[in-house]
Ligand binder design. Structure first.
Ligand code: S3P
Length: 173
């Protein structure tokens, strides 16, 4: 069984994933980072040169590869659970955790995190409304998670701690 972190851009999947991996002594895999290493370029430039459809195909293959592993932490890109059959793959051997945050929190966090690296929120698209609209479309998918953690008032350390407490209680991980 793996632990899979899903949620919008800026929800803290990568930072929380690394903290969890350290605590559990499991390996951590960040789907976007691996795609960037494989393609030797950034996600932003993949979107720009080959388009979102191509990125989603690379993402699907990466998810398929990662979900064959066991006892690892996987951080997905924000859109991953909403495309192709990624949801089925991720949940089959994974305890899926949605790091939920409201649009205002995401907007605030992303402002600090170089939003230009997020092609879907590039330029004029980096608005509270765009984030809200995207989140609304995706909630249908994210909402199927095994665990939904509201993260608005939590630091990555606190989020990781909450997840570890579940592990101690023997909840599914
Ligand atoms: C995306 C989120 C990004 C990255 C790509 C598309 C999305 O990952 O996969 O820019 O569709 O929400 P993060 O959620 O890690 O920012």
């Amino acid at each position: 069984m793996n632990v899979v972190l899903i949620g919008m851009m800026g929800s803290g999947k990568s930072v929380v994933g690394q903290l969890l991996a350290k605590k559990l002594k499991w390996k951590f895999y960040d789907s976007d980072t691996l795609i960037e290493q494989q393609e030797k370029t950034s996600i932003a430039s993949i979107f720009e040169s080959k388009g979102e459809k191509h990125f989603r195909m690379l993402e699907k293959r990466m998810i398929c590869r990662l979900t064959k592993k066991n006892r690892v932490i996987i951080a997905t890109g924000g859109g991953a659970p909403c495309f192709h059959k990624n949801w089925e793959a991720l949940s089959k051997n994974g305890f899926v955790i949605w790091l939920k945050a409201n649009p205002k929190t995401l907007f605030r966090r992303l402002k600090k995190e170089a939003p230009e690296t997020r092609p879907l929120l590039k330029g004029n698209a980096f608005t509270l409304k765009c984030i809200s609209d995207l989140l609304r479309k995706r909630e249908l998918y994210y909402g199927r998670a095994d665990l939904i953690l509201k993260t608005d008032h939590l630091t990555p350390k606190e989020i990781a701690k909450r997840i570890m407490e579940l592990d101690k209680k023997g909840v599914a991980i």
